[in-house]
Write a protein that binds this ligand. Structure first.
Ligand code: SF4
Ligand code: ZN
Length: 319
């Protein structure tokens, strides 16, 4: 939407392209672009997400969030602060993933960034589609995201280690993070909840540190950022996301956000304040006797003798 007569809160020029209700700012094209890039770079600095010399692997799906992320991280690559590579995972979701892979490929070619593509088909010899077809015949089928998330995590960790990446950057935005906080709280998943953060790290050196530089940017603004800059992105959503709990929570948050535009920021900030206390109370007590283990099958770090991905693979190959 373009607001013809309103003036930009920063430079006084017209037209204004966005009215940010959560802070009262109205911004023109240039000031909006600058504000997004500045905010992301400030988050990186404030939260110490990146240090000079880091090799950053970007999880690049070809969607608006990851394309915006790689374009902004490319600023740091051009300033010779970091090395940058990208990884796209093809889960085998017909009518959806192919386009994302094409866009990811073109984006990295244009930026001169090394691009890795790993498919479930090549690595595991199944696709999410074929898995779901089998699953639909079961009495209690698992959701596609349950499998997809576990296998994707395994691939991200392995590739990050193979290329000696020091950071793994994902395009999680403010909406995603607010959803994760609400979902885990409502499901009573306190262990998962305290892992939500700007940076996820483990004392196990086999884990590459994961960072979320877009965590303070609302999804809508990332959509506008890629449109205003004519970046080619894949706007379609995954067909399996429709039936997920995350989607229901997302719809709920979007609805209350209409009347209460600061609600996502206050949820995130409130969570950051109580997180240390929750960690202290629950995690230390629960983990006191746990030591790091390695999966006996794939060698990945795991809380058990067999990691979740290998447990799933056993089930899949047995059936
Ligand atoms: Fe995988 Fe679920 Fe994401 Fe689709 S929505 S790509 S199935 S995790
Ligand atoms: Zn394993």
């Amino acid at each position: 939407m373009i607001f013809i007569t309103t003036k930009c809160s920063i430079c006084n020029k017209t037209p204004v392209i966005i009215n940010c209700k959560y802070n009262g700012q109205k911004l023109c094209h240039t000031c909006f672009n600058n504000s997004i890039e500045k905010k992301v770079l400030q988050t990186i600095k404030k939260q110490k997400l990146i240090t000079k010399g880091d090799k950053v692997l970007v999880a690049l799906s070809g969607g608006k969030d990851s394309v915006a992320l790689i374009k902004i991280l490319n600023i740091l690559k051009e300033r010779r602060i970091i090395e940058l590579e990208a990884l796209t995972i093809d889960e085998g979701i017909s009518g959806y993933r192919k386009e994302g892979v094409r866009i990811a490929k073109e984006t990295t070619e244009k930026l001169g960034i090394k691009h890795h593509i790993v498919s479930f088909k090549e690595k595991y010899n199944f696709t999410i589609d074929s898995l779901m077809e089998k699953e639909s015949k079961k009495e209690y089928p698992r959701h596609a995201c349950t499998y997809c998330g576990v296998f994707r995590r395994q691939i991200f960790n392995q590739v990050a280690r193979d290329i000696n990446a020091t950071k793994l950057a994902t395009g999680h935005n403010l909406d995603d993070e607010t959803q994760s906080i609400m979902m885990n709280y409502m499901e009573g998943n306190i262990n998962n909840m305290v892992r939500i953060g700007y940076k996820t790290q483990s004392s196990d050196e086999k884990f590459t540190v994961k960072i979320k530089p877009l965590r303070e940017i609302p999804e809508k603004e990332l959509g506008l950022y890629v449109l205003e800059n004519n970046f080619e992105v894949h706007f379609d959503g995954c067909p399996y996301a429709r039936h997920s709990f995350r989607m229901e929570i997302g719809d709920f948050i979007r609805e209350i956000n209409q009347k209460h535009p600061t609600i996502m920021y206050s949820t995130l900030n409130g969570f950051e304040k109580i997180k240390p206390a929750i960690k202290e109370e629950f995690i230390k007590k629960e983990n006191i006797n746990k030591t790091h283990q390695t999966c006996s099958i794939c060698g990945e770090p795991s809380s058990d003798t067999k990691c979740k991905a290998c447990k799933f693979l056993d089930e899949i190959y047995d059936n």
